[in-house]
Design a protein around this ligand. Structure first.
Ligand code: PMP
Length: 466
């Protein structure tokens, strides 16, 4: 049987019959191993050769001129020569690289105990109670994992068990992780890995980049078409799984609210909304602690990872009671490292920092400042295709300089490289890698913002944005 993905519901009649033929999609801003190490300094060349020998080329490496990171502090990374790079890309170290409070919590726990959750322990309960306090009352249970991928994998299994359906809807360039199931519903890998037969995708970038007054209706219509497609194919709808800031689709915060309408439609179609908060969660979007709250969406399951432990691996799935109860009737879920006391202490220290340093408010204030000043700086510059942001998550489109305004991935990469030369780290995203992506640690200071804006001004003055 041909296990071809159902197709993009945005244009379903055409796509339903189409098997995508292209292969692996390259990561934006990835080092090209096939070009070798000529022209790089000796230290980088040696490390790349060592890396290739043992790690191969499967795992991507950032930049044409990779950076040998040896130390971090706040929003800064330092290389082996002591150069100070401004990290405008790291949401894992959300409360800053080498955060002293997180380090002390972890060190303290390592002097006590670090075993798994099949014993009674305070740490996992203390954190679970605290984390659930950040959710509406209906989302009242949590299971712990080690990564965003594991969280999404578990969420999808729960949704299937609860709804009895198999079908899944995601956006057309979604990324949700690396397990077999999750990779098969992550179109941003390209078609080197076949997409699942029970998947329907929806294009959102075209609408959210240039939203008209009927944007919400158009998006809703597309999701409803996807739900119908899955019903007609006999899969039904188990879940619509949405990154709440649509990072891999090009950083698309959109006007708050439209995801809420999609959640309602998913419920009417018999499915659940899984809110993927790996990117948007933990105060990132400034106006709400979670992206789904910003969209006023009735999420049934919420998944998280990356920033949760500030670098100590940990993830979580938060869900409504009946969903967990149904899954528990079918199976058990034990995850050896999930909820371990060291990770729980790190995660709790992250919440301390977010609360005590008022990082939710800070993300909003400084995000607004940076996005506003970038817009003034670049406003009518040919090649500047527009800026979007929510809190401290900013997407900036780079387009061709003619009046067609087409996405320009080569120019985007040149800007990323030019900033890297100026020791400011950002990257690119979107289906055609033509959106500059800025997502610094939440502790990004005004002085850090000045440095970023100054570097952008220089990029403009050397003619890359002109
Ligand atoms: N979901 C989203 C939206 C992500 O961006 C990522 C990671 N980039 C994941 C899931 C997977 O998380 P992890 O790498 O921790 O498995």
């Amino acid at each position: 049987m041909n296990e071809t993905q159902l197709g993009d519901a945005t244009n379903s009649a055409e796509n339903n019959t189409k098997t995508k033929q292209t292969g692996k999609k390259q990561l934006a801003n990835g080092f090209d191993f096939s070009k070798g190490t000529q022209g790089l300094d000796a230290d980088s060349a040696t490390l790349i050769e060592r890396r290739k020998r043992v790690l191969g080329t499967l795992g991507p490496l950032f930049y044409n001129q990779p950076i040998h990171v040896v130390r971090g502090q706040g929003a800064h990374l330092f290389d082996a020569q002591g150069n100070d790079y401004l990290d405008c890309y790291n949401n894992v170290a959300c409360v800053g690289h080498v955060n002293a409070h997180v380090r002390e919590a972890v060190a303290d726990q390592l002097t006590r105990q670090d075993t798994h959750s099949r014993y009674l322990q305070d740490e996992v309960l203390d954190y679970a109670e605290r984390l659930l306090g950040y959710f509406p009352q209906t989302l009242d249970h949590v299971s712990f994992t080690n990564s965003g991928s594991e969280s999404n994998d578990l969420a999808l299994r729960m949704a299937r068990a609860y709804t009895g359906n198999r079908g899944v809807v995601v956006t057309s360039n979604a990324y949700h992780g690396i397990t077999d199931l999750v990779a098969s519903i992550s179109p941003s890998f390209g078609t080197g890995i076949p997409l699942a037969s029970f998947l329907a995708t929806v294009e959102v970038a075209d609408v959210l980049k240039n939203p008209g007054p009927d944007a919400e209706e158009i998006l809703l219509g597309r999701f409803e078409a996807a739900f119908r497609q899955l019903h007609d194919a006999g899969y039904g709808v188990s879940a619509v799984l949405l990154d709440q800031i649509f990072s891999s689709d090009g950083v698309l915060p959109g006007a708050p609210g439209w995801v809420g309408r999609v959640a309602q439609a998913a419920h009417e179609a018999g499915g659940l909304l899984i809110a993927d908060e790996v990117q948007s969660g933990f105060a990132r979007t400034g106006d709400a602690f979670w992206g789904f709250q910003r969209h006023n969406a009735d999420a049934d399951i919420v998944t998280m990872g990356k920033p949760m432990g500030n670098g100590i691996p940990t993830g979580a799935v938060v869900y409504k009671t009946p969903i967990g109860d149904r899954f528990a009737e079918c199976t058990r879920y034990f995850n050896t490292f999930g909820g371990n006391p060291v990770s729980m202490r790190a995660a709790s220290a992250v919440l301390d920092e977010i609360e005590q340093r008022e990082l939710l408010r800070h993300a909003e204030t400084i995000g607004d400042r940076i996005a506003g000043e970038l817009e003034s700086l670049l406003g009518d510059t040919p090649g500047f295709g527009g800026i979007r942001h929510a809190g401290l998550f900013i997407g900036l489109d780079i387009t061709s300089r003619d009046n067609r305004g087409l996405p320009d991935p080569a120019a985007t990469q040149r800007i990323v490289d030019e900033l890297r030369t100026r020791k400011v780290l950002i990257s690119a995203s979107g289906a055609d890698a033509s959106t500059l992506k800025l997502r610094p640690p939440l502790v990004f200071s005004d002085a850090d913002a000045d440095r970023l804006l100054d570097a952008m001004q220089q990029v403009k003055s050397v003619g890359l944005l002109r």
